[in-house]
Design a protein. Structure first.
Length: 368
């Protein structure tokens, strides 16, 4: 993280907190404790984390000659709140009980319901509803923050268009991610497992993790349409590379560093890029019974790790992640993105690699 980024982190955190407080004050229906619980869940989801997305927006705005304070800071906060909203709902969809070393919102609400005597089924229903609804509040809070960011009306209109597009793409990607099999385009052949996983990554991750912050930062800096188009192209492989690294961390991550169970992706049966690379190999018949087994345990994890390592899926996934991240830089240079922003993009690429490698079990040192 750059010196400018480190110095702006307190302002970003404060703006996120102020946005949530203002939203709760405006929208709270009296003293309803349910609303308080939902806003607390949203606030908790916004705490911690690497702030990759808002920082990418601020760095992009600054690199293109814009002001990273004022409207940009408020839009950056909105994007972090949007991320929290997606996390809350993704945790419900994936039934993840732990994130960042603490119970997820839906798990905490389930536990609270059990503590007052609710039956298990009812407690889970309450927890899942709470996690989903807290995410809904995050979505509207993010939109309202953009609308109230203080930028000129034409800029706000463009930002809302970008936000709307990102939310729709991410929702479609989330549904595709949980589809039991890759869905073929109408009249077309079924995609290969790896191709299908990259499509999901582009929709679910690139759309809001990289494309939205890059393009929003450019809009706030007053960049022209050519730069916007270039950043849309750059954001896709940058986000795909990030997701592939996250897929690796999902199974090969050290839980003491990730704060998340390494069994989640195994139990969920998630057909991630890592798993997709194993499907065409001889290891697949042995791996398949482990993927999606809700009773998978530590021995299942170790066996899955061994199979993924031995069949080459891990190495190929890491290589593809680095290829995608490198492609993003190449596209930025070839499309004439201003040099200061190329520097930002390369720093983001290195940050993604270093963060993932610091969490993985048994990886080589990050190369130059």
């Amino acid at each position: 993280m750059s010196t400018d980024a480190r110095s702006q982190r307190p302002s970003l955190d404060a703006t996120i907190a102020e946005t949530l407080t203002a939203t709760a004050r405006r929208a709270a229906p009296g003293s309803d404790h349910e609303h308080v619980e939902l806003m607390a869940a949203l606030s908790n989801a916004c705490s911690g984390g690497g702030r990759l997305r808002p920082q990418l927006l601020l760095d992009t705005c600054r690199a293109l000659g814009g002001d990273p304070d004022g409207p940009a800071l408020r839009v950056a906060a909105a994007i972090e709140i949007l991320h929290a909203a997606f996390v809350l709902q993704d945790d419900v969809i994936d039934a993840d009980p732990v994130r960042r070393g603490a119970p997820t919102a839906h798990a905490a609400l389930t536990t609270a319901a059990l503590a007052v005597g609710a039956p298990l089924r009812g407690a889970r229903r309450y927890g899942d509803a709470g996690g989903t609804l807290a995410g809904d509040l995050g979505l509207i809070t993010a939109l309202t923050a953009v609308l109230r960011c203080g930028a000129p009306a034409t800029t706000v209109d463009r930002l809302v268009d970008l936000l709307e597009s990102a939310v729709h793409a991410s929702a479609a990607g989330e549904l595709a991610d949980v589809a039991p099999t890759a869905v073929a385009p109408a009249g077309g052949p079924s995609p290969t497992p790896v191709t299908a996983s990259l499509r999901v990554a582009a929709l679910k991750t690139s759309a809001y993790t990289t494309e939205l912050p890059l393009r929003a930062g450019a809009v706030l800096a007053g960049a022209d349409e050519q730069v916007d188009e270039a950043l849309a192209a750059v954001g896709r492989p940058l986000g795909i590379g990030f997701q592939l690294l996250d897929d690796l961390v999902g199974i090969f991550g050290d839980e003491s560093r990730t704060g998340k169970s390494a069994l989640s992706d195994i139990r969920d049966g998630a057909r991630t890029g890592l798993i997709a690379h194993a499907e065409p190999t001889d290891a697949w018949p042995l791996l398949l019974p482990l993927i999606g087994d809700p009773d998978a345990d530590e021995s299942s994890l170790q066996e899955a790790r061994r199979l993924l390592e031995d069949c080459g899926a891990r190495a190929r996934t890491e290589a593809l992640a680095e290829e995608q991240l490198d492609l993003a830089i190449e596209l930025a240079i070839s499309s004439g993105v201003p040099h200061p922003l190329v520097v930002v993009l390369d720093a983001t690429r290195r940050r993604m690699l270093e963060t993932a490698h610091a969490q993985l079990v048994g990886v080589r040192e990050v190369g130059a």
